[in-house]
Design a binder for this molecule. Structure first.
Ligand SMILES: O=C(O)CCC(=O)C(=O)O
Length: 271
């Protein structure tokens, strides 16, 4: 699928674009199968009776993940961390349609892009430990610079809406080049995410919208668009994938290797 000129213009002007039905649903099925394999390997007793079919639609699977996260953060961290290095996630992010869209929106050959912090999120109901407040994305806390060249693909693995905490963002905020005012949050410990906090004085200037999305849709935005996680008030886990694509030819590209395996302390109960 080629994006229309109107879609590209919308993205450039508004700092986001939802593309409906961009990816074949089989990509999220593959991730669900990998996730179940890891869940049954590391958390056998929680997932024994769950069949492979459509786990993202299976309430029993959601209940088991919620229970596991409550009772055993070490095992849920093992599932979560292992999934991040899976071919299943890369296959989704490298889907041909994704490559075309990323290339068109960034006006850059896909082969000149790198991945930065790609992952699957598993947001259980009423969790505020991992929910991200208003922020812009960035590559490295050691080198906080203007990352407007980077592109984020927010990909629902289950249908998302306000109830299960779909993404909320500020249209037209992508030109807010406030690196100087941003504060890298202090990690309370290795289990907490690192991100750039934004002062209310900046966030308050913008309209905020929550975007409902269905499996197969993708929401694209520049890394500088101000956004946050919604609040999951449903009784299910909100599974989403995040791809961050960064053009290596950009002036502010921070050179470095992709990190596949987290250190022992980081995996110790992480997420
Ligand atoms: O939870 C979400 O929907 C957003 C996640 C996010 O903004 C991030 O990882 O940078």
């Amino acid at each position: 699928m080629e994006l229309s000129q109107e879609q590209v213009r919308f993205f450039q002007e508004n700092g986001f674009l939802k593309v409906e039905n961009l990816i074949d649903k089989k990509r999220s099925d593959v991730i669900s199968k990998t996730m179940l394999m890891l869940a049954q390997k590391f958390g056998k007793e929680y997932f024994e009776e769950i069949s492979e079919d459509n786990i993202f639609k299976n309430q029993k699977f959601h209940d088991a993940i919620i229970k596991l996260k409550k009772e055993n953060s070490l095992v849920s961290g093992m599932i979560y961390d292992s999934l991040q290095g899976s071919i299943a996630l890369d296959a989704l992010l490298m889907d041909e349609e994704m490559q075309k869209a990323v290339s068109q929106l960034s006006n850059e050959d896909i082969h000149n892009h790198s991945f930065v912090n790609t992952y699957v999120r598993m947001d259980v109901p009423d969790d505020d430990k991992n929910r991200l407040d208003w922020h812009q994305d960035f590559c490295s806390s050691e080198q906080v610079v203007d990352h407007r060249n980077g592109l984020v693909a927010w990909i629902p693995l289950v249908d998302t809406n306000e109830k299960n905490g779909t993404i909320t963002l500020c249209p037209k905020s992508h030109n807010e080049l406030n690196a100087k005012d941003m504060i890298v949050n202090e990690r309370i410990d290795a289990n907490y995410s690192e991100y750039l906090l934004l002062p209310d004085s900046i966030v308050d200037k913008y309209e905020k919208i929550s975007i409902d999305a269905k499996v197969g849709d993708v929401i694209f935005m520049p890394m500088t668009t101000i956004h946050r996680s919604g609040i999951n008030t449903s009784n299910r886990v909100r599974f989403i994938a995040l791809g961050r694509y960064y053009p290596m030819g950009a002036k502010d590209f921070p050179p470095g290797k992709r990190k596949y395996v987290l250190s022992k302390t980081e995996t110790n109960g992480s997420y």
